[in-house]
Design a protein around this ligand. Structure first.
Ligand code: ADP
Ligand code: MG
Length: 237
């Protein structure tokens, strides 16, 4: 089981955003999608999530042919750079939302929300409003909310991009620990080489709509496939 992406093309008018992208992401792995701005990372994530329709190619998610499924049928959790919280709802209510619209029993929702708030270390903030959290705490809340419906795949598009360097570093370590606990198949987008190298089991380097290399962090470092990968990783500060 895995995410299997085959022959994906995506054009916006005459502009080619993704050019024959094929990729296999093993189940339970924390994969970083790394590359410069405009390379097609978000477009590929949106196609996996079903938020964008590809011009060609197929997406199979954990054994289910998903190419033509709407987002809500894909069992995918999504966290974006700018958190989207319901401002008038408490942290607990925000996390519970996906379960409540699925009409899960009250006791089940309560237990699940407590478990998730423990997982993201926000239990003591359950009754606060999102505006009373720090930026890092809000992104942890967004993660808990995405995990609430037990997605088979978690997609994180620059989830820490808007935060300052210190908080980003904390969250990156925390994401690694969370993943080691939950083991959900996770694709994590970043343009930050250091973040990808530190967090990911495997890194997919994408540039100008094409995959340059796929490999574990040490493989990319020791055996960069081409000049692009070498110079891009070389920019680590
Ligand atoms: P990344 O996330 O790697 O920065 P994106 O996937 O957001 O890159 O974008 C890839 C390219 O596709 C960019 O040049 C962007 O301007 C273009 N693009 C993305 N979405 C659209 C859209 N809806 N309409 C037109 N161009 C788009
Ligand atoms: Mg992007």
């Amino acid at each position: 089981m895995s995410i299997e992406i085959t022959g994906i093309d995506k054009r916006f008018g005459d502009f080619v955003a993704l050019d024959d992208v094929s990729l296999s992401i093993p189940s339970g792995q924390l994969t970083a999608l790394l590359g410069p701005s405009g390379g097609g990372k978000s477009t590929l994530m949106r196609i996996i999530a079903g938020l964008e329709v590809a011009d060609a190619g197929t997406v199979v998610i954990e054994g289910t042919e998903a190419t033509h499924l709407p987002p809500q049928k894909r069992n995918v959790g999504f966290v974006f750079q700018h958190y989207a919280a319901f401002k008038h709802m408490t942290v607990a209510k925000n996390v519970a939302f996906g379960l409540e619209i699925r009409k899960r029993p009250r006791a089940e929702v309560k237990a699940k929300v407590e478990e998730l708030l423990d997982l993201v270390h926000l239990r003591q903030f359950a009754h606060r409003l999102p505006s009373q959290l720090s930026g890092g705490q809000r992104q942890r809340m967004a993660l808990a909310r995405a995990l609430a419906v037990e997605p088979s795949v978690l997609l994180l598009d620059e989830p820490f991009g808007a935060l300052d360097a210190k908080v980003r570093k904390e969250l990156r370590d925390w994401l690694r620990r969370l993943h080691d606990e939950v083991h959900v198949t996770t694709v994590f987008v970043t343009h930050d080489q250091e973040e990808a190298l530190e967090v990911a089991d495997e890194i997919v380097v994408i540039n100008e709509g094409r995959i340059e290399q796929v490999g574990a962090p040490d493989v990319l470092y020791d055996e960069p496939a081409n000049e692009f990968v070498m110079s891009f990783l070389g920019e680590v500060t």
